[in-house]
Every structure is written in structure tokens, then in C-alpha cells.
Design a protein around this ligand. Structure first.
Ligand code: FES
Ligand code: FES
Length: 175
């Protein structure tokens, strides 16, 4: 499942630095608001305004997948997503997956399978897999491979990443 790029509502109508607008959306289940001048990406708002540094900056060009977050359940590359594109939507980051102090089944499976080395790609991997299992709770191995192949891991952890996602799916990892 290829990551999606969100359309930019009204981007041509606002974009000047002195034309700020108030955006409202839900972030990890809670309503938030932010002033935006039409020039910022979702990635930098998450990291700088909301302090959610789990989402990583890699290529900055929508290529590597390290910045992947969920927007209305879909995997989105936040480095190329204008903040304006999430107005009224539900944004989910790696920090939003745990419940009552317990890791999400995908997070636990990544740990159990040692599905990381440096860990830089891991939040994006987990969020991409989270969107996959949300849309397709029992994917085949081939479907997992297809969904994950555009998320890059320079440490070569892909075999363990795929195994972790398979294991999480078997345990109802879309939860
Ligand atoms: S940092 Fe966003 S895709 Fe690479
Ligand atoms: S674990 Fe290092 S880039 Fe994937």
C-alpha cells in the first residue's frame, strides 16, 4: 500500500507569512489548535510545536518513510504534508499508539523480533504497518512486503521488520 500525499486545501489562497490561520485537528486522540502561516509541514509542527519527536526527519522529500504518521488512518509522509492538509483530520503518531502504558501490539512485536538496529526508521515503519493493518488486518506476506517496500532501512532490518508485522497481525495487531 503506497503512502499517500494529501491534497492541500486552499493552498493558493494563503501562503504568505503574514497571513496566519488557525488550524484545528485531532492529535493522538485529543483536539489541538495551531497558528499556521501556510508554509510549514506537518512534520515540523509535530516535532517543534507539539514536541512529538518520535516522528523522524530523513530525506525531507517523501522518499524514505521515516516521517510516516497516520492521517485519518492512512500512512502519510509528514515531511511533504503541509500543515493545512490536516485541518479537521485525525493525526496519529508513534506516541499515540500505546494504551494505558502498554505498547501497541506492533510496537511489542518489533521489540520481540529485534526489528531494528539504529531505530531511526522504526517509528515510520511502525506507523506504515499500523495503517496497513488498519486497512487490512490479515495481510499476506506479499501484501506486507508490498506495503513496506517504500519505507527504507539503511541497517538492513527488513527481514525482521516483516516478521514482526506478520506476528503482530496474527495477534490482532490492528488494535
Ligand atoms: S523524511 Fe519524509 S519521506 Fe523521508
Ligand atoms: S534500524 Fe537503522 S535505519 Fe532501520
Amino acid at each position: 500500500m503506497a503512502p499517500v500525499r494529501l491534497p492541500v486545501p486552499g493552498v493558493h489562497d494563503q501562503g504568505s507569512n503574514d497571513m496566519k490561520q488557525r488550524l484545528a485537528f485531532r492529535l493522538n486522540g485529543k483536539p489541538v489548535t495551531i497558528q499556521d502561516d501556510g508554509t510549514r509541514t506537518l512534520l515540523w509542527a509535530l516535532r517543534t510545536d507539539f514536541g512529538l519527536t518520535g516522528t523522524k526527519y530523513g530525506c525531507g522529500e517523501g522518499v524514505c518513510g521515516s516521517c510516516t504518521v497516520g492521517v485519518d488512518g492512512k500512512a502519510v509522509r509528514s515531511c511533504v504534508t503541509p500543515l493545512t492538509a490536516v485541518q479537521g483530520k485525525e493525526v496519529t503518531t508513534i506516541e499515540g499508539l500505546e494504551r494505558d502504558g502498554r505498547l501497541h501490539p506492533l510496537q511489542q512485536a518489533f521489540l520481540d523480533h529485534g526489528a531494528l538496529q539504529c531505530g531511526y526508521c522504526t517509528p515510520g515503519m511502525v506507523m506504515n504497518a499500523w495503517a496497513l493493518l488498519g486497512a487490512r488486518p490479515t495481510p499476506t506476506r506479499e501484501q506486507i512486503v508490498a506495503a513496506m517496500e517504500e519505507n527504507l532501512c539503511r541497517c538492513g532490518a527488513h527481514p525482521r521488520i516483516l516478521a514482526a508485522i506478520e506476528a503482530a497481525a496474527k495477534k490482532g495487531g490492528a488494535a
